[in-house]
Ligand binder design. Structure first.
Ligand SMILES: Nc1ncnc2c1ncn2[C@@H]1O[C@H](COP(=O)(O)OP(=O)(O)OP(=O)(O)O)[C@@H](O)[C@H]1O
Length: 320
């Protein structure tokens, strides 16, 4: 059984001309890391928050969001609280905003298990020390306050906190964006190490396709509320099938080719006030034809993944 299954998730917000999520389907297997990649506004955060059962209050939602076999969209608030406390944890972009500045790190780490599972202070403290060690921090941190730690140390603390309940699924939403480049690399290496050590499924949200390929088993590429391509990370990286994936690869700096010329993707992603017909990427795609502008391509299974492009077979042959 997959740890996370999202099927045909469609989410519409009031006052918009099209759904902000438009039939998102993705799965994360037990212990697997899947990256969700796309430009700002493509719907990555809304998708990952849906895996915690957090949806905008005024949204119209259809589809299925199953965690460990149970559909979050039909759960009672009480059941949802249980899932968030024990089964799914989230690591946020900016660690400082997820910690209370007035509370010691030790209290922050242990309060969930003490409240939700009624663990004793001793037992929860032992678990906190074990996890601080796993994330490379000394247990003196337990007595410190957030302002005494650097951004990188705080992100390690929030990762330890996310793992305290031994969750089946970890959601990481741009967890390195607020950090400097060296610390970013350390946090990515740490997450890669922890996912094998703790066997936690990980959904990693990022706008950086190279980072996604480095950390994940599979990648889902999002554009305008849809998954336009998914597949094994190395295959998608070596041989993208969707013109948008190819364009994203060409526009992201690479650590191994820092001087390579970058090609910006021309145009802007469509905003939510624009109704879309046809392929959502057609207006920016160098390969678009009348068919693309008229008909929305369905997501089609291909070797180990999916692609939603009318011309993917031809483009794969030509090597986009
Ligand atoms: N509660 C909300 N009310 C209105 N619009 C929203 C709400 N939440 C998200 N949106 C809009 O939905 C779209 C998708 O948002 P989302 O945060 O999922 O994008 P994203 O891909 O994560 O982008 P970023 O990388 O900038 O965080 C955006 O246009 C955003 O402005």
């Amino acid at each position: 059984m997959n740890t996370l299954e999202i099927e045909e998730l469609r989410l519409t917000l009031p006052g918009t001309a099209r759904p902000v999520l438009n039939g998102v389907t993705l799965a994360v297997g037990a212990g697997e890391t899947v990256a969700l990649v796309g430009e700002s506004g493509s719907g990555k955060t809304l998708t990952s928050r849906a895996a915690l059962g957090f949806l905008p209050r005024d949204a119209e939602v259809t589809g299925v969001v199953r965690v460990a076999g149970k559909d979050l969209l039909t759960m009672t608030p009480e059941e949802l609280r249980g899932v968030r406390a024990l089964t799914v944890s989230m690591i946020f972009q900016e660690p400082r905003t997820s910690l209370n500045p007035l509370r010691r790190i030790g209290d922050f780490l242990t309060e969930g298990l003490r409240t939700n599972l009624h663990w004793t202070a001793q037992r929860a403290g032992d678990r906190a020390r074990e996890l601080l060690d796993a994330v490379g921090l000394d247990d003196r941190v337990l007595r410190q306050y957030p302002h005494e730690l650097s951004g990188g140390m705080l992100q390690r603390v929030t990762i330890a906190a996310a793992l305290m309940s031994d969750p089946a699924l970890l959601l990481a939403d741009e967890p390195t964006t607020a950090l400097d480049v060296t610390t970013q690399a350390e946090i990515v290496a740490l997450l890669a190490d922890l996912r094998t050590r703790f066997q936690t499924a990980l959904l990693f949200v990022t706008h950086d396709l190279h980072l996604a390929a480095a950390i994940s088993d599979r990648v889902c590429v999002m554009y305008a509320g849809r998954i336009v391509e998914s597949g094994p990370a190395d295959a998608l990286f070596d041989k993208p099938r969707h013109p948008y994936t190819a364009a994203l690869l060409g526009s992201t700096p690479r650590l191994d080719h820092p001087r390579k010329r970058l090609d910006a993707i021309s145009g802007q992603p469509p905003d939510l006030r624009t109704a879309l017909s046809g392929c959502p990427f057609a207006a920016r795609c160098p390969h678009a034809t009348d068919l693309c502008r008229a008909e929305t391509p369905a997501s089609t299974p291909v070797d180990g993944g999916t692609v939603a492009c009318h011309h993917h077979e031809l483009l794969s042959l030509e090597g986009i």
